[in-house]
Design a protein around this ligand. Structure first.
Ligand SMILES: Cc1cc2nc3c(=O)[nH]c(=O)nc-3n(C[C@H](O)[C@H](O)[C@H](O)COP(=O)(O)OP(=O)(O)OC[C@H]3O[C@@H](n4cnc5c(N)ncnc54)[C@H](O)[C@@H]3O)c2cc1C
Length: 453
């Protein structure tokens, strides 16, 4: 049977674009349908604009730090529309790059919402397209709870385009997006409250990292309230929001941002016309080759809810396209030792196991820790501190966990992740000569374990 395309991709985000380009480069006839924006969440309302905001939010501290180094900084002020609009211009430039990249690779871009008609057919608008294979790479969407006043809530979709920057804000959530945005708002001068319903935010990260981050954020002035949630949001006559909390108190703010999780965008996608199976949370179930229960339909990225990170979606899209269209069919995604960062202030960088996971997996584990004042802050007058931690499997001497909270932790840990993924031992770390003076050299000079588990 002949089809319009070899591969029809639904969603031109991180995973869909990568799979489309690689598949087309390997000779497949590919189309991709996109209904919102080329580049997906990461480029438009995720990693990229967020990191631009993070860069800008550091300036207030830098102005403060400058005096200790002899600088006199004149009056400063922050103009939100300038940041917002410069950011949007950059995103539009990236959208254009994605458009060119796909077209140059020979991928046909179809603007509109794709829905699945059957195992080999996708509808976009009033047209239908057939394909030997369909890839679902539709990503996710922020979840907002059903509470009174929920129409006043903003999510990460709206926060990048606000008309006015809030002077007072509540961020609700305990994941990395909530923590990052609390740092962003605080950095630009908002009175910032972060509410999380659990005991401690950043579940899944090493406990020391969570505690240390909380204490650094509090020092910078973020009001962290754990075991607290919102019950109601009421808009007042002056436009401000009166927010009632589970602890009986209220807060008056200008914006309430929810970052309480994302749901796979599988609703009304036509999956019921196929054998594709969903998890209870609505994510698509795939095997290790990203194939669903419907053999001609595949899925990658956030919609399969393995690790919701752009480099993971890219790796999945690439592995799938190569396995389908290249000679070699053994491309696998290895989910072990994937490094990640949280761009809060200071940053978190992490790779490998947490202390609790390492103990469970390896039994006897040596824990190395270091906490210090970054050299910069000996003159800056700021009281920010840096924390580092290494976990070493005692049986093999392999470094199985590496965690940092401090300036540029993501940059530092990315390099170490290569060594750790390759199986570096503590002896390898010890025989590595540091770069002086850096904070990162501490990772190769931690000699005595704090304790052995
Ligand atoms: C605020 C925020 C910050 C983030 N920061 C980071 C970070 O710092 N580092 C990191 O690694 N990850 C980060 N992420 C996560 C990252 O953005 C995602 O993991 C990544 O974008 C997933 O890629 P994807 O291809 O699975 O989905 P997406 O990038 O979400 O792409 C899916 C695309 O499909 C389109 N689509 C959906 N349904 C249809 C349909 N029916 N028809 C046509 N098109 C459709 C959507 O419009 C979208 O463009 C962040 C996410 C958010 C929300």
């Amino acid at each position: 049977m002949s089809y319009d395309y070899d591969l029809f991709v639904i969603g031109a985000g991180s995973g869909g674009v990568r799979a489309s380009r690689i598949a087309a480069g390997l000779g497949a006839k590919v189309a991709v349908a996109e209904d919102l924006y080329l580049g997906g969440t990461c480029v438009n309302v995720g990693c990229v604009p967020k990191k631009l905001f993070v860069y800008g939010s550091h300036f207030a501290e830098e102005f403060e730090a400058a005096a200790g180094f002899g600088w006199t900084v004149g009056e400063t002020s922050f103009d939100w529309p300038t940041l917002r609009d410069n950011k949007t211009k950059e995103i539009e430039r990236l959208n254009g790059i994605y458009d060119n990249m796909l077209k140059n690779a020979g991928v046909e871009i179809i603007h509109g919402r794709g829905t699945i008609v059957d195992a080999h057919t996708v509808a976009v608008g009033d047209k239908q397209y057939t394909a030997e294979r369909i890839l679902v790479a539709v990503g996710g969407w922020p979840m907002v709870p059903d509470i009174a006043g929920k129409e006043h809530i903003i999510s990460s979709n709206e926060v990048f385009y606000l008309d006015e920057f809030p002077k007072r804000v509540i961020v609700v959530g305990g994941g990395y997006i909530a923590v990052e945005f609390a740092g962003i708002f605080q950095g630009y001068g908002s009175e910032t409250h972060l509410l999380y319903r659990g005991d401690m935010f950043l579940r899944g990260f090493d406990d020391d990292i969570r505690e240390f981050t909380a204490s650094e954020m509090r020092k910078k002035g973020v009001d962290l309230q754990f075991n607290t949630n919102v019950t109601e949001i009421e808009k007042q006559a002056d436009g401000s929001l009166l927010v009632s909390l589970t602890n009986g108190s209220t807060l008056e703010v200008d914006a309430v941002m929810y970052a309480t999780g994302r749901k796979s965008k599988t609703e009304n996608l036509g999956l019921e016309n196929t054998a594709v199976e969903l998890t209870a949370k609505g994510s698509i179930v795939v095997n290790e080759d990203f194939q669903t229960a419907e053999p001609s339909i595949y899925a990658v990225g956030d919609v399969i809810d393995r690790m919701q990170l752009t480099p993971v979606a890219l790796a999945e899209g690439m592995a799938l396209a190569r396995n389908l269209y290249s000679e070699k069919k053994d491309h696998k995604v290895d989910y072990d030792f994937i490094a990640t960062a949280v761009f809060c202030q200071p940053n978190i960088g992490t790779v490998g196991y947490t202390e609790a996971q390492a103990k469970e997996k390896y039994g006897s584990v040596a824990v190395y820790k270091s906490e210090f004042k970054h050299m910069k802050h000996t003159l800056s007058g700021l009281n920010e501190r840096t924390f580092m931690k290494l976990l070493v499997d005692q049986a093999s001497d392999r470094v199985v966990g590496c965690h940092m909270v401090g300036a540029d932790a993501g940059e530092v840990v990315q390099g170490l992740a290569v060594a750790i993924k390759a199986g570096a031992t503590k002896a390898d770390f010890d025989s590595t000569i540091g770069i002086h003076p850096t904070a990162a050299e501490e990772f190769v000079t931690m000699r005595e374990p704090a304790y052995i588990l």
